[in-house]
Structure formats: C-alpha cells, structure tokens
Design a protein around this ligand. Structure first.
Ligand SMILES: C[S@@+](CC[C@H](N)C(=O)[O-])C[C@H]1O[C@@H](n2cnc3c(N)ncnc32)[C@H](O)[C@@H]1O
Length: 468
C-alpha cells in the first residue's frame, strides 16, 4: 500500500490546509485521500517510488509546521470490521471472535513489513492509537480499554510465533488506560525509546470514519528544538507572539518552495522576530522591520542567539536587513518589486485579558488604530511585491461582551489595493466527512482561525495574492 499517514498538529484544520498546499505546489506532489481530526492519509504522485523515500519524508517533516509524525501505511481495516470485533456493547461473542481472527491475519502480514528481521531478534514496539476524535466515547471506552491491550498482547504473540527471541511492548500507565484517557507516544519519546531503529517501532493505528490504517512511524517533529526557540530566546513576549508552528505554516502559505535562499521575503511588523527566526531556519532570504527600535534590536539579538545555536556566524550584511521602519514608509527603503512574499502579524489592538470589551471600544480601536495600519501594508505591498507575490498575514477577531465577534474587513482593504484573497483550502481538494465536527462547511475554506478555547482575541489567517 503506497499511502502515508501524517499525524496532524493540534489545529488540525490549519495542519490540513498547510499539508494540502504543500502537496499541491511543492516537489512533494500528492493528495490527501482521507482524514480525521488527528491524521491525514496521503497518496504521493511519485515520492514512494524513490529508493530513499525516507530521506524525502524527513525533508517534508522539516518543511511542515503542522505535522507531528509521518508513518508508512501497511494495511487498512474497514470501520465495520473494527466495530464488529470491538463493539460498544459486547453481545455476540462468536462473531467477535471470528472477526478478531480476521484482524489478526492482517496484523500478521503487516508485521513482516514493519520488522524486516524477526527471527532471533529482540524486538520492542509501542502502539499508538489516533482516534477519529479524542473526545468520542468509542475511544475512551473501547479503543483504549480493549483494542490497545488486545493489540499489545497479540502483536507480542505473533512476533514470538515468528521466532523473535524477545518481544516487548511500551506500557502506558495503567491509570490512564483504566480512565480511558490516553495520549499516544509523544514525538520526543520516539527518539528516547529508539523507535526509528530496525528492531524497535512505533506502530500507529490511525482511525478515520472509513476505518483504521496500520502504519509504522518513520519521522517525527523535533518539538524540543522549537520549544527551545520559543522559550529560551533572549527576547520574548508570549502575549504578542505566535507559535513556532504557526510561523512555519504561514511561511509555507507563501507558496515559495524551490530555491528558498533566493526568495526575498519581509516581515514588516517583526516584533521580537519569531517569523524572522523560522524564515532563517527555513532558508529564506528574510528581511524585517518594525516601528519600534527596541523591537529591531530584540530581533537582531534573537537571530544572533539562533545562529550561534546552529553554529553559524551573524554578519553585518545580515544584521542590516533588519531595520526600524514605519510600515507606511517601506518604499523609502526598498525598491519596487523587490520581494517575493510578505509574512507578518500586524498589531492586533489592545490585549484584553479577562473581561470582554464593549463594541464601541473595539470599533474605535479598529477605525482609528488598526485600519490605517492594515491599509498601509496593502498599499506598500502592492508596489513592493513581484507580480503574483503573496501576503500571508494575521488579523484579529475580537469576542465582545454581548457574545458577538467583531473584525476588521481585511478583504475590503486588500481588494482596493490590488490583492485578491486566496482560499486557504481550494474547492474539492478535500473530501468531506459525515461527522459535523470533521466537516469543512464550505467547498472553499477562505480563512482559518488559530485560537484557544475562550480566547478574547483570536488570530485569523489570511492569504492574499497580488493581482498582476
Ligand atoms: C503583534 S506584534 C508582532 C509580534 C511578532 N509576531 C513577534 O514574534 O514578536 C506587532 C508589531 O508591529 C509593530 N508596529 C506597530 N505599528 C507599526 C507601524 N506603523 N509600522 C511598523 N511596525 C509597527 C509593533 O511595534 C509590534 O512589534
């Protein structure tokens, strides 16, 4: 089976949008053929034919901000078979036993591929189950309490029957199993337990509405590196900063995948420079500016810290690319059509903490502070960008006291400055699902939101393209 399973980031819609865009526009051509709130199933046009496809998967893993792991799929079991073998209410034991045998036959075959050598080997495996949705009853009641112990025991038995000297499995805390509340293996555990070695494996059972995919993990995100940048960089302000993952995803929405070192991009509201840092790591020719001199110095110090960490030297030429500039004066500093893309988080207004604001308050901030800045970035970008150059940007949505949401009409400002909105997911790229929680409600998904539950200011992610 030439399909791959991608474990998605916590904002699964945004992760799917990013993955779909990469599969459509980069060298990694392919299509998402199935998905849930935790995984996406991908069929590549030709990546799987490459002898060194695992190296390619590693490159792809590094490129993506919203992907935790990539695994190769070896088999698939239809959801009806699984539900017959592991029903919510145990009734007909004869049928259950018969169908479970069928599942064991499939496992038997997959294990020969997951472990290339079994005879006389000491093997170790960790089973990770990714349900359709973590909050569904079937996960806590059946998959964690019955399916997982079944898999652990039976996989161990099959490996021993096939001649393994030893076969051990990763034991999750019993308390979590009893409570039906379990997280699959974290990416950093994959490295800790050596699960990329030939004799050790993470075996993923990834569910969608259609069934369960059986896969072995080949690559994982390096969350400790991102965490280090997020938490240890010299200058940071969590309330005004986006996450590393979001910065990487936004950079990918610029659609600049080839020869990144030649692609000039700019963040004109760079703050402490999270976008500049990840653009540097992703090989872009990144420029940055901010109205506040202190922020410019903070970004330079952060970049110095980052380059030092990856053992590269910071040059005066590099430092010169980060300047104090008011966004409305960008053209005084840069030639027209210099840039291939703009990736940025403009000011979001006041940071309301606990209390929701009144409509009049928000409206005033939007009209007097935010709209002039957003208008300025579009009018400057129209001249600074090459034809068809893209802007990936954030704009705020405010939850106000009467329960409604208020936002800037960013699209109007963009349109009157020669930009068109690019839907973040294009029509018919993703098949729809019957569970409402998993649906993309419209055929075109125009924008997506990045926010935690109850957040008063939410971030909305937009992609715009210069019309000519
Ligand atoms: C939301 S913050 C960006 C945060 C950034 N993503 C980070 O990682 O720190 C917006 C930035 O826009 C800057 N800013 C505000 N008005 C500006 C203007 N007219 N021109 C340029 N920068 C401006 C602020 O100084 C602030 O650093």
């Amino acid at each position: 089976m030439n399909k791959f399973l991608f474990v998605l980031g916590s904002n699964w819609r945004l992760s799917i949008a990013e993955l779909d865009n990469v599969l459509k526009n980069s060298q990694f051509l392919g299509k998402i053929v199935d998905y849930s709130a935790n995984i996406a199933i991908v069929e590549f046009e030709n990546l799987h034919e490459d002898r060194y496809y695992v190296n390619k998967l590693m490159d792809l893993q590094f490129l993506l901000g919203g992907c935790q792991k990539i695994a190769k799929i070896y088999d698939f079991i239809n959801i009806l078979t699984i539900q017959e073998a592991f029903p919510l209410e145990m009734e007909n034991y004869k049928i259950i036993e018969k169908v479970r045998k069928k599942i064991l036959n499939l496992l038997d075959k997959s294990l020969d591929e997951i472990f290339p050598n079994i005879k006389k080997e000491s093997l170790f495996f960790a089973v990770s189950i990714y349900p359709n949705l973590f909050d569904e009853e079937y996960y806590s009641k059946i998959l964690v309490r019955h399916f997982l112990p079944f898999l652990n025991k039976e996989i161990m038995n099959i490996l021993k029957q096939k001649g393994a000297k030893k076969a051990l499995y990763y034991q999750y805390p019993q308390k979590n199993i009893d409570e039906g509340n379990l997280n699959p293996i974290f990416p950093h555990h994959l490295i800790k337990y050596g699960l990329f070695n030939a004799d050790r494996a993470e075996i993923i059972f990834g569910f969608t509405e259609e069934g369960v995919y059986i896969a072995r993990t080949f690559t994982s995100d390096d969350p400790s590196f991102k965490k280090k940048i997020d938490e240890e960089r010299p200058f940071k302000e969590f309330k005004s900063s986006i996450s590393p993952k979001l910065a990487i995803m936004m950079l990918n929405f610029l659609n600049l995948f080839e020869e990144r070192e030649t692609k000039k991009i700019i963040d004109p509201f760079m703050g402490n420079g999270i976008i500049a840092m990840f653009a540097t790591l992703q090989d872009f020719d990144i420029y940055g500016s901010d109205i506040d001199e202190k922020k410019v110095q903070n970004t330079i110090r952060n970049l110095d810290w980052l380059l030092n960490d990856i053992e590269e030297a910071i040059t005066p030429f590099f430092i010169n690319k980060f300047k104090k500039i008011d966004v409305k004066n960008l053209l005084d500093h840069y030639d027209p059509q210099l840039f291939d893309g703009i990736c940025t988080e403009p000011p979001l207004g006041i940071f309301y903490k606990k209390e929701k604001p009144y409509y009049v308050e928000v409206n005033e901030v939007i009209e007097t502070e935010l709209e002039p800045i957003y208008e300025a970035i579009f009018s400057q970008a129209n001249k600074l960008l090459k034809p068809n150059g893209r802007i990936c940007m954030i704009a705020p949505i405010f939850s106000i006291i009467d329960g409604k949401d208020v936002q800037i009409n960013v699209e109007k400002l963009a349109n009157r400055n020669n930009f068109k909105l690019i839907p973040i997911i294009k029509e018919k790229r993703i098949i729809n699902k019957s569970n409402q929680k998993l649906q993309f409600r419209k055929p075109h998904v125009r924008t997506l939101i990045d926010a935690k539950k109850g957040q008063i200011i939410k971030r909305k992610i937009y992609i715009f393209e210069k019309k000519n």
